[in-house]
Write a protein that binds this ligand. Structure first.
Ligand code: UTP
Length: 297
C-alpha cells in the first residue's frame, strides 16, 4: 500500500533580496497578502491536504515566523474581554497543535535542494510534500490536496506543473514529457531555466512537490550546481536517471509568484477582489483608476 503524505517541508531560509529593504527586518513569508501573511496561505493549503507535521527550514532573522505560530495569551485575553469572538476565531487559525511544528536551521543559503536536505532526519522513510510559500495558488480545491489525491494513484515523485508561453519558459524548471495523460504527465527529464528555444515543453515546475525519501539520498550526493547552490531539480532528475517514476501534475488554479514584486501586486488585486467584504469598494476603486488612466492617455 502507498504511504499517505502527512509531512510537509516549508523552505523559508532564503534571503528574499527582491523585496529589500522590506526583508531587511521582516521575513518574506510574513509579508501580507490582504490580511494574512504568505505563510498562512501555505499552512492552510497543507492542512487541507491532510498534512500533520509541518517542518520549517529557517535561517537567521526569521524569528517573527516562529512567533507568528505561537499562542498570544495577552492578545487573546483582550479580545475575549471585549467580546470580539470573530477576531478570536481568526487568531485561532494561526495556532498549531503542540508538537506539530518543527524548525530546522539552514546555516547557509545553499539553495532549495540544500534547504530540503536539512530536514532529512525528520522525514525518515516516508513520502513528503514541499511547499514554497512564495507561490500562492488560488484554487477551488487547494493545489496540494489535488496533488495528494493524484499521488495516491501514481506514487513516485510529483511536481506541480503549469503551462507557460515559450518566452517565459526560460525562467522556470521545464519538464521533458515522456507521456501526456492529461492531468498527469510522466517525465523523462527536467531542465532548469533552458534558453528560450531549447525548452523541451511548455510545462513549468512551480513550488509544490510530493517527493520520495530517495530524494534525500540523492541530495546527499549532489555537489553544488548552477549558481553555487544545491538544486532540488537535480535530485528529482536523478530519480528519472535511476528509472524511477516522476510525474508532472497540471493543477487546476491560478498561481501567483509572490517572490516577485509584480506577482505580489497581482496577487493582492486578485485576492482583494476575491474577498466578499472588500470586493465592491475595491472593484469601484480599480474601475475609477482605470478610467482616469485612460482619460489621461
Ligand atoms: P528564492 O529563489 O525565491 O530565493 O527561493 P529567496 O532568497 O527566497 O528570494 P530572492 O530571490 O533573494 O528574492 C525559493 C524558496 O526556497 C527557499 C526560499 O526561502 C524560498 O521559499 N530557499 C532558497 C531556502 O530555504 N534556502 C536557500 O538556500 C534558498
Amino acid at each position: 500500500m502507498k504511504k499517505r503524505v502527512t509531512k510537509a517541508i516549508f523552505p523559508v531560509a532564503g534571503k528574499g533580496t527582491r523585496f529589500l529593504p522590506a526583508t531587511k527586518s521582516i521575513p518574506k513569508e510574513i509579508m501580507t497578502l490582504v490580511d494574512r501573511p504568505l505563510i498562512q496561505y501555505a499552512i492552510d493549503e497543507a492542512r487541507a491536504a491532510g498534512i500533520k507535521d509541518f517542518i520549517f527550514v529557517t535561517s537567521r532573522g526569521k524569528s517573527a515566523l516562529e512567533d507568528y505560530f505561537d499562542h498570544s495569551p495577552e492578545l487573546e485575553n483582550t479580545l475575549r474581554k471585549a467580546g470580539k469572538d470573530d477576531l478570536l476565531a481568526t487568531l485561532k487559525t494561526t495556532n498549531m497543535d503542540s508538537g506539530a511544528i518543527a524548525y530546522i536551521r539552514q546555516h547557509k543559503a545553499m539553495g532549495l535542494g540544500h534547504a530540503v536536505w536539512c530536514a532529512r532526519r525528520l522525514i525518515g522513510n516516508e513520502p513528503f510534500a514541499v511547499i514554497l510559500p512564495d507561490d500562492v495558488i488560488a484554487a477551488e480545491k487547494p493545489c496540494l490536496q489535488q496533488m495528494v489525491e493524484a499521488h495516491a494513484e501514481t506514487g513516485g515523485c510529483m511536481v506541480a506543473a503549469m503551462e507557460v508561453p515559450p518566452e517565459k519558459a526560460s525562467s522556470y524548471g521545464v519538464l521533458d514529457v515522456r507521456q501526456d495523460n492529461g492531468e498527469t504527465v510522466s517525465v523523462q527529464g527536467m531542465v532548469e531555466k533552458p534558453p528560450v528555444d531549447e525548452a523541451p515543453s511548455n510545462l513549468a515546475v512551480i513550488g509544490r512537490y510530493i517527493l520520495t525519501p530517495d530524494i534525500m539520498r540523492n541530495l546527499s550526493r549532489i555537489k553544488t550546481g548552477s549558481g553555487g547552490e544545491i538544486q532540488l531539480t537535480d535530485a528529482i532528475a536523478a530519480e528519472i536517471e535511476a528509472d524511477r517514476d516522476v510525474f508532472g501534475y497540471r493543477f487546476r488554479g491560478q498561481r501567483f509568484d509572490c517572490g516577485s514584486k509584480s506577482g505580489f501586486l497581482q496577487a493582492t488585486v486578485a485576492f482583494g477582489l476575491g474577498r466578499e467584504d472588500l470586493r465592491d469598494e475595491f472593484d469601484d476603486y480599480l474601475r475609477e483608476l482605470m478610467s482616469m488612466r485612460q482619460a489621461a492617455q
